[in-house]
Design a protein around this ligand. Structure first.
Ligand SMILES: [Zn+2]
Length: 322
């Protein structure tokens, strides 16, 4: 499928830019392989506003939000999930404005022990030295975040005279991931956080990431027929149903490839990664292993694969087709 790009020439870090009626975006200067050009914090409304995902603990971003919010009354601070590039500045913004934080809940304890990363997925030392920094395996979690107001699907997260914002629980990337839909009577916009990203696939990394839940949450979004999706990282998505159907197809292809690999005798996470990710930088093989584990866990749930050694799916187990 075709992903979208955001041309760096079209935005300035720290500047509030109107990207739709009622919607301004401030991009934090935290580019990385998880965040693309950086975290997009959204300010929604006129004088009364909500802020969606205040972003990472960066002084430059805090100052940019402070400047962008002069003259506004912040009614609520909505958080899609508590990864370190989304929620940490919520504490500062609450202190600054008195506005409550809103979200599904804090990060849940890890649901099961996923074991150790396979040794064969360790990058060779030389490749790390060449490129400098080591690639992180997963996004770090903001375990401090606890929303003041807990929302579930359909709950009004914030409202003004001319618009309403409702929560939509979309587990998969994380178990507490929540999208927010803006209805101003003209346009239906869904702020998708990391659930649907325009520029890339979403990381689904067990034990908090859940591939079966992710598929289900994608189908929910595809069935809503919003006018536009606005992700945290990357540009707005103007054809939501087509795009999300593409994402589902892409994931189903990967699931089929994982199942075929197991049927062909690749019985470990490591051997599946080395078969499917031959064209991927080996420094990304460990994160790929987490993604393969997410697919295997779903295939086990679906009854198409079994864990030969018994117990729950883990990175260091052996798998077989049923
Ligand atoms: Zn995230």
């Amino acid at each position: 499928m075709e992903f979208l790009t955001l041309d760096p020439a079209t935005f300035t870090y720290g500047a509030a830019q109107e990207i739709a009626p009622l919607v301004r975006r401030v991009i934090a200067e935290n580019p990385s392989k998880f965040t693309y050009h950086g975290t997009g914090t959204y300010i929604v409304g006129g004088r009364d506003v909500v802020v969606i995902d205040p972003g990472p603990q960066l002084d430059s971003h805090r100052d940019a939000l402070h400047a962008a919010l002069v003259g506004c009354t912040v009614r609520a601070i909505l958080v899609t999930h508590c990864h370190a590039d989304h929620s940490p500045l919520a504490a500062w913004l609450t202190a600054e404005t008195g506005a409550p934080t809103v979200g599904f809940g804090p990060h849940l304890d890890d649901r099961w022990d996923i074991g150790d990363d396979p040794i064969e997925l360790e990058p060779e030392p030389a490749s790390e030295v060449e490129e400098g920094a080591e690639v992180k395996i997963e996004e770090s979690i903001d375990r401090e975040f606890v929303p003041a107001v807990v929302v579930r699907t359909g709950d009004v997260a914030a409202a003004a005279d001319d618009w309403t914002m409702r929560a939509l629980h979309t587990p998969g990337h994380t178990s507490n991931h929540t999208c927010y839909s803006l209805d101003d009577g003209v346009t239906r916009t869904l702020f998708t956080g990391d659930h649907v990203m325009g520029w890339s696939t979403t990381v689904v990394s067990p034990p908090d990431g859940d591939m079966a839940a992710y598929f289900e949450s994608l189908r929910v979004v595809a069935g809503r027929h919003d006018d536009v999706l606005i992700p945290t990282h990357g540009p707005p998505i103007a054809e939501p149903t087509t795009f999300v159907d593409g994402l589902i197809g892409h994931r189903l292809d990967r699931e089929r490839q994982v199942l075929e690999a197991v049927r062909d005798g690749c019985t470990t996470v490591g051997s599946i990664v080395l078969r499917l990710y031959t064209d991927v930088d080996q420094r990304l093989h460990k994160p790929a292993g987490r993604s393969v584990l997410a697919h295997l866990a779903k295939l086990v749930d679906d009854g198409r694969v079994v864990v030969v050694d018994g117990g729950p799916p883990r990175l260091d187990r052996t798998y077989a087709p049923t």
